[in-house]
Design a protein around this ligand. Structure first.
Ligand code: F3S
Length: 386
């Protein structure tokens, strides 16, 4: 590969992986069974990214392991309807075409594990969406470092990743013990916990104690928030996540999270009042979350715009179940493929966004120039219905 015997694209991709392996002291390359590629939105990668991808695709870059795609900057079918500028849409479509040519599955979601890219426990993968990395490592027990867009693409093209970091047992041990003494009732409570802990532990590995129960949606909310406020790629939850029982937690630095810390985090994340729009589904909503929202909106009328972001797969299923119709009848929308952070919402006239996601609350002020109202779905919807 390094000698260029398999062509320029493989040589360049492999060289990148070798360099990474050298920096982090990897002993060898290991095969990966799947890849999640990020860096898809034109808003994030701009013209340089677009040109790189088109160049790579035209030189014959092809993925050799199942590879799924992160969200682009717009709903790929209804972009016009959502007010996406035409110049943005044209470039976004070219990015999608380049990925299609490379053989990437056009899943367009940050929750690949909900749409068929589901690794098993212990499997080595190379994923580059921080919330999905966290979910794969922590909830499933698969193994991936927090890849960047280019290194994940290189892994997809070579089918390999350098063996370092979270691929190794010794690096999956916790270094913080988080004692949770407050009852977490909603996805936003889990998001607030994630924001608080991520800020403190940065790229550490927290071990949570005191979380009595958490469903998959709450765990995805927790992991996404920690990956955004810090750079957490793996966490353990006592009695809930698969590797927790294997871990020794004696002598770890302790973080307390109670009523006071929860309240303080909500206050910190709320930078606005009275949202212009409420956007849910960060990470992309599961069918269960869409179903729950439809239940809350059934027979109601909204006075504010409410969007829920999800993958196209999930939207199609929700459509078949009549859930999309219920949400639309109330005046809401189900947005497929994209989300509030990677789409150009600052160019669509919004100033304040209501969210229930810790990750979105973290990114919206800086990345999208939005003030944030951070509350639970129940509170947001209560204030949005007539
Ligand atoms: Fe997904 Fe966008 Fe949130 S990519 S994790 S919905 S910021």
């Amino acid at each position: 590969m390094l000698r260029g015997e398999y062509g320029e694209v493989i040589e360049r991709s492999f060289r990148l992986l070798v360099r990474l392996g050298e920096i982090y002291g990897a002993d060898r390359m290991i095969p990966v069974s799947s890849v999640q590629v990020a860096g898809v939105s034109y808003k994030s990668i701009g013209d340089p990214g677009l040109e790189f991808l088109e160049d790579y695709a035209s030189k014959g870059a092809r993925v050799r392991v199942p590879t799924t795609l992160n969200p682009p900057g717009m709903d790929l079918e209804d972009w016009e309807d959502f007010g996406i500028p035409a110049d943005f849409a044209e470039k976004q479509m070219r990015i999608i075409d380049a990925f299609r040519e490379m053989g990437v599955m056009l899943t367009a979601t940050c929750t690949p594990y909900l749409v068929g890219n589901l690794p098993r426990f212990g499997e080595h993968i190379a994923w580059s969406e921080s919330s999905a990395v966290s979910f794969a490592n922590s909830v499933i027990g698969a193994r991936t470092n927090r890849e960047g867009g280019p290194s994940a693409l290189a892994s997809a093209i070579c089918g390999l990743t350098p063996n370092y970091g979270l691929h190794l047992d010794e690096n999956r041990k916790p270094n913080f013990l988080v004692k949770v003494s407050v009852e977490l009732k909603s996805n936003s409570d889990f998001g607030a916990l994630g924001c608080y802990v991520g800020n403190i532990v940065k790229n550490g590995i927290p071990y949570f104690r005191g979380i009595k129960n958490a469903d998959v949606d709450q765990l995805k909310s927790l992991g996404a928030a920690m990956a955004a406020s810090g750079a957490v790629a793996l966490y353990h939850v006592d009695g809930i996540t698969p590797e927790a029982r294997l871990m020794d937690i004696s002598g770890l630095q302790t973080i307390e999270f109670g009523e006071e810390e929860l309240k303080e985090t909500y206050e910190k994340l709320n930078t606005g009042n009275d949202p212009d729009i409420i956007i849910l589904g960060c990470p992309h909503a599961s069918l269960r979350e869409i179903s729950s929202l439809a239940g809350k909106l059934k027979g109601k009328k909204l006075k504010k715009r409410v969007w829920i972001c999800t993958s196209r797969f999930t939207k199609e299923a929700a459509k078949k179940m009549g859930l999309v119709e219920i949400i639309e009848k109330a005046g809401g929308r189900v947005v497929a493929d994209t989300c509030m952070v990677v789409s150009p919402i600052e160019r669509m006239g919004f100033k304040t966004v209501g969210v229930d996601s810790g990750k979105a609350a973290n990114y919206l002020p800086g990345f999208c120039k939005q003030a944030v109202v951070f509350k639970s779905v129940d509170e947001l919807i209560r204030e949005a219905v007539l």
